[in-house]
Design a protein. Structure first.
Length: 256
């Protein structure tokens, strides 16, 4: 099942995507059971929004060995976690804005895990019971600032640096799916989740031992090798097999 949030006159509503139709739901699926309200919108006419409302976005660094090596880093012995603020979220189709303070903004295609059930000290064998579903995510990074700062916060946290969507797929098996990035229709990253150093269940358990996971929270599971620059005028696509394609144009920050 694909769950999206779409713009409505009075705000955003959750919807179930069925083919080319978005069926509006009668409530918030993160708060409890919902059903179709009877209202529907053609998918081509729907304006998609960020499909969840996380209290936090937990990112996993260097979770693919080849990506760690391409940046000259060792593979961590335990998950390397950092945070993106919710203010970095970007709707599907929204414009990634390259800040004036960076000369090297890069794409990182990732599988996003969306939490559905509150959890603290979740056991690995129980991890999937706390997962609502999965989405595509681009961990946009100001690479020059990351290298200058050593730690990740500034480089990862600019507004628009966390596109996610286009919806949440609730029935995906995340253990071996393709993760791709294309820039202007050219494939730049092409990996599989089976190559993660730390798989999804381990990440849910590990993160929940540090911080309570709330419904709607996001864990970005790391990126395969092939990260590279984005410039104004580019269009970046992140594709997760079984989920869909997240597509965003790129522009420079206005100097007005």
């Amino acid at each position: 099942m694909k769950i999206a949030r779409i713009s409505q006159a009075n705000g955003a509503s959750y919807a179930e995507i069925d083919g080319d139709v978005a069926h509006l739901l009668d409530g918030d699926p993160f708060a409890g059971p919902t059903k179709r309200s009877g209202a529907r919108v053609a998918l081509e006419d729907a304006v998609l929004r960020v499909p969840c409302r996380p209290s936090k976005i937990v990112c996993i660094g260097r979770n693919y060995s080849a990506h760690a090596k391409e940046l000259g880093n060792d593979v961590p012995s335990a998950p390397l976690i950092f945070l993106k603020p919710p203010s970095a979220l970007l709707d599907p189709g929204g414009t990634i804005v390259r800040p004036r303070s960076s000369q090297r903004v890069e794409h990182e295609a990732e599988l996003a895990v969306v939490i559905g059930k509150r959890g603290k000290h979740v056991r690995e064998e129980d991890a999937f019971a706390h997962v609502f579903g999965y989405a595509a995510l681009c961990d946009v990074t100001a690479r020059d600032l990351q290298k200058a700062d050593v730690q990740f916060t500034r480089a990862k946290s600019f507004d628009t640096f966390c596109p996610i969507g286009p919806w949440i797929e609730t029935e995906l098996d995340p253990r071996d799916v393709g993760v791709r990035a294309r820039v202007n229709d050219v494939v730049k990253q092409d990996g599989r989740t089976r190559d993660m150093v730390f798989p999804v269940a381990h990440l849910v358990a590990y993160v929940s031992a540090v911080m309570t996971l709330e419904p709607g929270d996001v864990i970005a599971t790391g990126t395969p090798e092939g990260v590279g620059p984005l410039i104004a005028g580019d269009v970046v696509e992140v594709e997760i097999d079984g989920v869909g394609v997240l597509r965003c144009p790129v522009a420079d920050e206005s100097r007005d």
